[in-house]
Design a protein around this ligand. Structure first.
Ligand SMILES: Cc1cc2nc3c(=O)[nH]c(=O)nc-3n(C[C@H](O)[C@H](O)[C@H](O)COP(=O)(O)OP(=O)(O)OC[C@H]3O[C@@H](n4cnc5c(N)ncnc54)[C@H](O)[C@@H]3O)c2cc1C
Length: 432
């Protein structure tokens, strides 16, 4: 008996977005999540009342995720993190003001006057850029053609890393990252009150109110494709027959669970994927020893520091949550010990004496930020349907069509749901 119209595997942003779009059209939905917590990488850890995302997390105010969540009626409480603060750059183990407004342009020693002019023109150009007119070139090729000054290049690469988490300009396609930079310049980035779990809880609540069933501790081990239905098996013995299934996990997990996936496009999507990883240190701190240093990016090292509490409420007792990240280059070896030391040295530089103020810490040596991103080696955009297996769809941050990160996760969840809704011959679930 088919009791659900659609089973969604995975309760991250992609899976819960898909569930909401389907449930609001009256479809009977079940979401199967293998862990005991919802949200995947959008989870937030509560450490004695100090709320920590997995590393620094900002949602682009005018990005696809924010727009789609708003379309679903999900409000996004929090603050714009790009509201006037002084931006700092770290170069040669020294902290510099990044010229962004009149006073900082006058005071900054980071760039020569000529370079300041080049930077100003570049930012104006990016703000006005017609993104669709950008050629299919790598970020490096775009930068080589557009930016003559070495220091401005370095700064621009840091900004691109910041907005995309990708530390591989020769691999990364220029268009999606320029879109992110333009968005951040125009509308800014939102830090969410309570952490990203706030969004997950709202998506869950709304989907359940619309009749969706959301089940945790359900590890899907196998999906068997049939012409008119899919058989989903879980590790606890549960078997579900559904006409449609959305797999909102990593591409590798998707590959492993679908019988015969090696004969489908899923194999290509999995093989072409280049995961983006980062090392993160989140710190709950009583106060910042140097309150001027709220935000800093590495110019000669792929590092980032931000005080998330300047824009979002992340504790009841006033403890601040600051986050540091080191962006891994997907083509280079990772050294966890050196990474941690590098992040601590950034704190020593920006906030001498910080160790005396620490309330709680969370060190995450290697997190997958995104299972794939738009790059020069990508042969085709994944999904939303697996063309060789009617009724099986995919979603996740690796299934972006020019979107990146959470924008890709949320957009692909919507795409998968809409494709199911648009299929005229979708069988209707029966009770039983
Ligand atoms: C350190 C860090 C910083 C980030 N910063 C930003 C940022 O600033 N801005 C931004 O836009 N994005 C950011 N991201 C990326 C963003 O968090 C992710 O892109 C997004 O949360 C991914 O959502 P998803 O639904 O695609 O995947 P996930 O969140 O990974 O969800 C997949 C879910 O599937 C479940 N699952 C897997 N296998 C099975 C199975 N067999 N059965 C059942 N369930 C299964 C998993 O448990 C998980 O819950 C960051 C990520 C990290 C790690």
């Amino acid at each position: 008996m088919l009791t659900y119209d659609v089973a969604v595997v995975g309760s991250g942003l992609a899976g819960l977005t898909a569930a909401n779009f389907l449930a609001r059209e009256g479809k009977k939905i079940v979401v199967l999540e293998k862990t005991k917590r919802l949200g995947g990488r959008a989870m937030t850890n509560d450490k004695n009342g100090v709320l920590m995302n997995l590393g620094p997390h900002g949602l682009y105010v005018s990005g696809d995720a924010a727009n789609i969540l708003t379309e679903l009626g999900i409000s996004l409480p929090g603050g714009n993190a790009t509201k006037p603060i002084q931006l700092h750059g770290i170069l040669n183990h020294d902290v510099h003001v990044i010229p962004t407004d009149f006073p900082s342009i006058m005071s900054s020693t980071l760039l020569s006057w000529k370079a300041k002019l080049i930077l100003g023109k570049l930012m104006g150009k990016v703000m006005r850029l017609n993104i669709s007119s950008v050629q299919e070139v790598s970020l490096k090729e775009w930068v080589d053609a557009e930016i003559s000054d070495q220091m401005v290049r370095q700064l621009f690469y840091s900004i691109c890393r910041l907005t995309s988490y990708v530390n591989a300009p020769a691999l990364q396609l220029a268009k999606p990252v320029l879109k992110q930079v333009k968005r951040s310049l125009q509308a800014g980035v939102l830090y969410i009150d309570g952490g990203w779990v706030t969004v997950i809880q709202k998506l869950k609540k709304q989907a359940e109110a619309l009749g969706a069933e959301i089940v945790t501790n359900k590890n899907v081990t196998n999906i068997e494709h049939h012409e008119h239905y899919q058989i989903i098996q879980c590790s606890d013995g549960t078997v579900i027959h559904v006409p449609n299934c959305i797999i909102a996990t990593s591409p590798k997990e998707a590959m492993n669970m679908v019988t015969g996936a090696e004969h489908t496009s899923l194999r290509l999507w999995n093989e072409q994927a280049i995961p983006v990883t980062a090392c993160c240190l989140d710190i709950g701190i009583k106060k910042l020893p140097n309150p001027k240093h709220q935000f800093a990016i590495g110019l000669d090292q792929a590092l980032f520091f931000t005080n998330q509490s300047r824009a979002a409420k992340l504790s009841e007792d006033g403890t601040l949550v600051v986050s540091l990240a080191k962006y891994h280059n997907p083509m280079e070896e990772i050294n966890i010990k050196t990474d941690k030391l590098q992040l601590e040295l950034v704190m020593d530089l920006l906030h001498p004496g910080w160790r005396n103020e620490v309330v709680v810490q969370q060190f995450l040596p290697k997190l997958t930020v995104s299972h794939d991103f738009p790059h020069t080696k990508r042969i085709e955009n994944p999904g939303p349907s697996i063309p060789e297996m009617k009724g099986i769809f995919i979603a996740g941050d690796w299934a972006g069509h020019e979107e990146v990160l959470a924008d890709a996760a949320v957009s692909s969840g919507k795409r998968a749901a809409l494709e199911i809704l648009q299929a005229n011959d979708m069988p209707v679930a029966k009770e039983g």
